[in-house]
Design a protein around this ligand. Structure first.
Ligand SMILES: [Zn+2]
Length: 261
């Protein structure tokens, strides 16, 4: 049975992802209940599980109301954070396989944005790899470092970089155009980035999401995935006014640059 993964718009720019198999559904990071309930009712779906990546309110705020509507829903979330109504606490390497679904997702610990942040990676529909990365990776950008440090965040992004190139990456926010503006400051001469800038603008003009992205696409266009590229290292060195000798240092300069952009 074909599995569909669809975005549900929430707040200004959040995406709550819903995985649909037959009449069963799983949602990831429901910061708001209303938009999720509307989709469940419109498509006549039973909510079976909620997967949470981290504790921020715009990712967990809808859990209570969803459980009132569907009390049997199982809530999965990171072991190292306080997640409301969590039933199953997850650590690196744990596998999530909600009852009745044909797929399973494994857990990656990706600290940086928050200290206990996790991501979910697995395969659906004849081996298509998928990643639900929460606020760790965005198209052409990455999450702000609220609790961890830039070394942790770099390691977390590096975990994603090593996933299969065709992995679909389901980001939790539509930040792409702003991220591209900044990325062009870093790598004006990157032809893939220039092309992406035009494509992303056209997609947004039609009111469509620019995500999911892929690991391959991020490796070509996202400065945070490109800290070993000569052009990115050079730009970061000019920005910092000193030579940078390790990818970690390049990453830290990029994150600081983006914060102040
Ligand atoms: Zn967050």
């Amino acid at each position: 049975m074909t599995i569909k993964i669809l975005p549900i718009n929430a707040f200004n720019d959040n995406y709550i992802w819903i995985i649909v198999q037959g009449n069963d559904a799983v949602v990831i990071d429901p910061g708001q209940a209303g938009p999720v309930l509307a989709v469940l009712q419109e498509k006549n779906l039973d909510l079976r599980a909620i997967l949470v990546t981290h504790h921020h309110a715009d990712h967990v705020g809808g859990i209570a109301a969803l459980l009132e509507y569907a009390p049997a829903t199982v809530v999965y979330g990171p072991a190292h954070e306080a997640i409301p109504f969590r039933d199953v606490a997850l650590r690196e390497g744990d596998v999530v396989k909600p009852d009745g679904f044909s797929w399973a997702l494994s857990v990656l610990e990706v600290p940086g944005h928050t200290l206990g942040h996790i991501a979910y990676f697995g395969q659906i529909n004849q081996g298509q790899p998928v990643l639900f990365c929460g606020d760790t990776l965005f198209a052409t950008g990455c999450g702000r470092i609220f609790e961890g440090n830039s070394t942790q965040m770099h390691q977390s992004i590096d975990k994603f970089r090593k996933l299969p190139q065709n992995t679909l990456v389901f980001c939790a926010h539509e930040y792409t155009l702003g991220n591209i503006k900044w990325a062009l400051e870093v790598e004006k001469g990157n032809p893939d980035l220039q092309q992406w800038s035009q494509e992303a603008q056209a997609i947004r003009n039609q009111g469509k999401p620019t995500v999911p992205t892929t690991v391959a696409h991020e490796c070509k266009t996202n400065p945070f995935m490109r800290v070993a590229q000569e052009s990115v290292i050079k730009a970061a060195q000019i920005r910092a006014g000193r030579s940078l000798n390790a990818p970690d240092e390049v990453f830290a300069v990029l994150r600081d640059w983006k914060n102040n952009f």
